[in-house]
Design a protein around this ligand. Sequence first.
Ligand code: NAG
Length: 413
Amino acid sequence: MIIAGLLLSVCIRGIIQASAPFSTPAIDCLDALKGCASDPGCEAAYRVLEYCASEEAVSPLGADIRSECFEAQGSLQQYRPLLSCKCHRGSRLEEACLRIYWNVRFSQGYDDFDSSPYEDFELELVRHIEMSRMASIVAASSLPPNGQNQCLKAAQDCGLYEKCGSLRSEYVLACTKRVIGSDRCNRQKCHRALRRFLERVPEEYSFGVLFCPCTDPLCGERRRKTIVPSCSYEERDGKPNCLSLQSYCLRDELCRSRLADFQHNCQPSSVSPSGCLRESGAVCLKAYAGLIGTIMTPNYVSNSSVEVSQWCNCEGSGNQWQECFRILHMFNNNDCLRNAISALGSLPPRPVESTPPPPPRPSPRIQQEDMNGNALPELSTVSCYCCSMGNTPGYPSTDTNPAEYRTNHGMTH
Ligand SMILES: *[C@@H]1O[C@H](CO)[C@@H](O)[C@H](O)[C@H]1NC(C)=O
């Protein structure tokens, strides 16, 4: 039964991957849902899934409801726009969009590295980030080298640009102001203000203050304190276990989405020169910055290195220690992320004309399937299973329980 659930999620991923190649602009989930609403079959199936997801958030579903949920998911397979839709980071209706994205993937495991709820970063933007940082580093390195604090300079540059200065003051105020009658800050307000800053300020300024290169601890301390750790993530009574931190994150649509985006865009690869599977440190840094202002806000661990981590540890993980370290190591032992952060401070500038953007490429899964054709027996079995899934009435998944699924994947708290 668990196998059936897994197969279903493999099928869905397969369809999503096949219908959303790297370079096609994705349809927004809110628009896809409007299209779905004009088809009574699609509308009905979606409403069932919406119900399933909201019920499941409260308590595990009974077997009967569960089988209806899988049936609804099966019939949605015909409606591709809804399966391949994406959301826009920081948009006004972001959370409504994300809800649709996750409702459609009702049964999918959370530990899915293959896809992000967000549309791919445009190559233009990526190139812009890389180039503008290069330009400012070149400018910085031509200044008198009297041990200038690059993080102080980045903060000053931000202050001179109105939008950056004012949004920065807003989050600093939100993150330092005490709640009346207590000695604590309002973390939610602090998070919201941090996200506004990171979503609205151009990377040449926001990356300047987040990833400024440092050679001494004074600069490093300023860099570490950029996002106001005492309010944005530190707990006075020590660090929580990473699995429980993650389980809080997964229950929050925004945090879950930003985490999936981070996993997708910062996946390490030992064969890529950048250290990143997606071959761009810039998209990894954008995704990393997207986690700041969520339950899983990452940051530098010390005043004297570029090592980053989550505010959590793996004490008391019991037999789930491997899963716990997987989470922790995505941050503190990830060559893609580490290279991306240090590249901002050390890469020699490259001339613009010699670096055309890489051609759009399909995701690794598609490349792999292209190469293998139908030769792999297990792949063709999966495809056949997916073909017949939509109209199999006795779809055998009645007692696959997502809580069980997650336990098996070390996702409980
Ligand atoms: C950073 O430096 C400050 C001032 O010296 C010190 O109080 C703080 O504990 C240091 N933090 C870390 C994480 O090293």
